[in-house]
Design a protein around this ligand. Structure first.
Ligand code: HEM
Length: 240
């Protein structure tokens, strides 16, 4: 993709010339912000699900009922999969990929919830802590319970401040619709097409859930799982 955009930048017929360094920085931004984030979220969702066989069973039941066993999941199926959507929200609540969002600087003196914030203050929004706050999520705030989002109006679009995995306001993730769809569709197909279990000898409560703090927040120990195909062979060849 970088090569393609650089070729475009070199095109002498462009009315407004594009600057090569800018193209490269922009492309790398999109690739860095758009790939790891979705992959990390899917890996966390599967890690949580492997510790909750009942949630996998519920998701599988929904997929079998809505999609059937003779094809893969498509984007058009997603609105009919409320439990899958709830799994993704619950994953993003407990494992936000950007735990402190992007740093902000306040432009004017302001007051939030009784705290005076002078102009020029660097503000970090700790969505990791907000997502686990028992005052917002109840006593089981540290537990993975997708059911809390079934029938709930709380969404990830930056309007519900208790759940901000894509941030909010002007610096909110510009790729959030794509990111959300990627995570939902990838996870849906991984759950639909394969039976998942932990390797022999690894108990659910032994699975490490340690997080590595950085630009994104992946697992410290990469997830290891055993998967087996469970759909008719032609489905894997045909595609969605
Ligand atoms: C599950 C997937 C994703 C998650 C959880 C996610 C999350 C975030 C978060 C939390 C921010 C900072 C927002 C803020 O501080 O308010 C951000 C910024 C950004 N995201 Fe995403 N993102 C995802 C996917 C994507 C995709 C697919 C793209 C592009 C194709 C993308 C492009 C960007 C860019 C360019 C920024 C920087 C925006 C700026 O600096 O103003 N992201 N993302």
């Amino acid at each position: 993709m970088v090569d393609l955009l650089l070729q475009l930048a070199d095109n002498p017929n462009l009315e407004v010339p594009i600057e090569r360094d800018g193209v490269k920085a922009f492309t790398l931004d999109i690739i860095a912000a758009g790939t790891d984030t979705s992959a990390v979220t899917v890996e966390w969702a599967l890690s949580e699900l492997l510790r909750k066989p009942k949630a996998i069973a519920k998701a599988t039941e929904e997929l079998d009922r809505v999609v059937g066993r003779d094809r893969l999941v498509t984007e058009a199926d997603i609105p009919s999969l409320p439990y899958l959507e709830a799994i993704v929200k619950e994953t993003m609540r407990i494992h936000p990929v950007a735990p402190l969002l992007a740093p902000r600087l306040s432009r004017e003196d302001t007051s939030v919830d009784g705290y005076d914030i002078p102009a020029g203050t660097r503000v970090l929004v700790n969505v990791w802590a907000i997502g686990r706050d028992p005052a917002l999520w109840g006593d089981a705030s540290e537990e993975f319970v997708p059911e809390r989002f079934v029938g709930s109006g709380v969404d990830v679009k930056g309007q519900d401040f208790e759940l901000l995995p894509f941030g909010s306001g002007r610096r909110m993730c510009p790729g959030y619709t794509l990111g959300l769809k990627m995570v939902q569709l990838t996870l849906a197909n991984l759950l639909h097409a394969f039976a998942w279990r932990l390797p022999d000898g690894v108990a659910a409560e032994e699975l490490s859930m340690e997080e590595k703090f950085g630009l994104s927040m992946p697992r410290v120990v990469p997830l290891e799982a055993v998967i087996e195909p469970k759909l008719p062979a032609h489905v894997y060849d045909d595609g969605p």
